[in-house]
Structures are given as C-alpha cells and as structure tokens.
Design a protein around this ligand. Structure first.
Ligand SMILES: [Zn+2]
Length: 212
C-alpha cells in the first residue's frame, strides 16, 4: 500500500476522504477502571454554578462563535479553524468551560458530559478527546490550576514549564498504559517504522518534531 499524502485541507492527495469509516475495523483499547459510571453532580452546568458562584470567574471561556459552522473559536482567531469563515465581524461571547464540569463531575451542559478517562492523579486528569482527530488523542488537564489561555504561562515561566511537563508525563502514561500497550493497536495505527521503536523513542521523536 502506498503512503497517503495529506493536503493542507485535511484530504488525501488522491481526493480520498476518510469519512464514514467502519469503527468495527479499527482496533481500540478499553479505558482502565477509573472514575465513576454515574456523574457526581446532576442537574446540569448552570444549576451547578448557581450553587457554586465562587467558580463563576473560571467557568466560562470568552470565544468567538463561528456564524457559519457554530464552532467556538479562540478570541484571537481571525478565521474559523473548522470551516475557514471570517471571524472579523463576530462579537465576543461566552461558552461554558467544560473542563470545570469534567473536574467536578457535572452531568450535562445542554448535552451529556461523559468522558473516557484514561489516567488520573491528584491534580491531573487525562481522557480521550471527545472531538478526537487522531487514533490516540488525549487531553491532559490540570485540576488545581486555572489557566485561561497560553498567555498565563508566560507570567511565571518556571512554574509553567513544571506544569507542562507534568501534563505531558501524565498524557504519555495514559498512552503507554492504553493504546501503546496493545500489540494489535500498535500494528494497525503506527507505521512499520514507528511500531519498531520503543515507546521512549516514539516520545522523543514526537518532542523533536515539535521543536523543528
Ligand atoms: Zn466555522
């Protein structure tokens, strides 16, 4: 099989669009026995905040909601990163910071907030991205720090790098104990060259890629 070449638009160069794939054909690795099958807080996000008004300042993100596709985009964006529509005329609005809901175990915010937890410590939780766009796509979220956007990290760089390293360690722990621990998943999801590498080398490659 020849290697797929992707265009900037996210399509294979030969025009193939990987939509409607049959999930049964993809090896998946179950989550470990973490968290709880039932939410800790029922009644929804708004009711939870009414009872916990001290969380208000951390509970909403400022966003620009794309008028074309509805995606909540960062306020610094000029073009929607889902559909490419201009955000120049879009007013800033607020959307629920769903990480607050995940951290406290709130059941819904207009839609169910169930997550697939892969790893957790006292101050980090790692779960499958509900909007995953790769075969192994986890979110690593600190639960004891509020960081509204990337600029907060530059206010205290030594603490920021510690935090980022902790988040990355947790994410790799989840990947190593999850998908990367499965021979059949590795064989199907990684390239032959990638599958031949030990996990430590995969992680190192990933870090080197990001720096280049
Ligand atoms: Zn859009």
């Amino acid at each position: 099989m020849s290697e797929i070449v992707w265009t900037a638009e996210g399509c294979a160069q030969d025009g193939t669009l990987l939509a409607g794939a049959d999930p049964k054909r993809f090896v998946s690795v179950d989550i470990p026995n973490l968290g709880s099958p039932a939410p800790k807080v029922s009644g929804g996000f708004d009711a939870f905040l009414k009872e916990n008004p001290h969380l208000e300042s951390q509970a909403y993100n400022e966003i620009k909601k794309c008028a074309n596709c509805g995606k909540p985009c960062a306020v610094t964006m000029e073009i929607c990163n889902a559909c490419g529509a201009s955000l120049a005329e879009v007013q800033i609005s607020k959307s629920p910071n769903l990480f607050i809901a995940f951290i406290f175990g709130v059941d819904k915010a207009g839609f169910p907030l169930k997550i697939s937890m892969r790893y957790e410590t006292e101050d980090v939780m790692v779960f499958d991205d509900p909007l995953a766009i790769t075969r192994a796509h986890v979110l690593s979220v600190p639960t004891n720090v509020y960081c509204p956007d990337i600029r907060s990290l530059f206010a205290d760089p030594p603490s920021a790098i510690k935090l980022l390293n902790k988040m990355e360690d947790a994410a790799w722990k989840a990947l190593c104990e999850g998908p990367l621990s499965s021979e059949s998943w590795r064989r199907q999801a990684l390239s032959a060259a990638g599958n031949a590498l030990p996990v430590a080398d995969l992680r190192h490659l990933n870090a080197t890629d990001r720096m280049s």
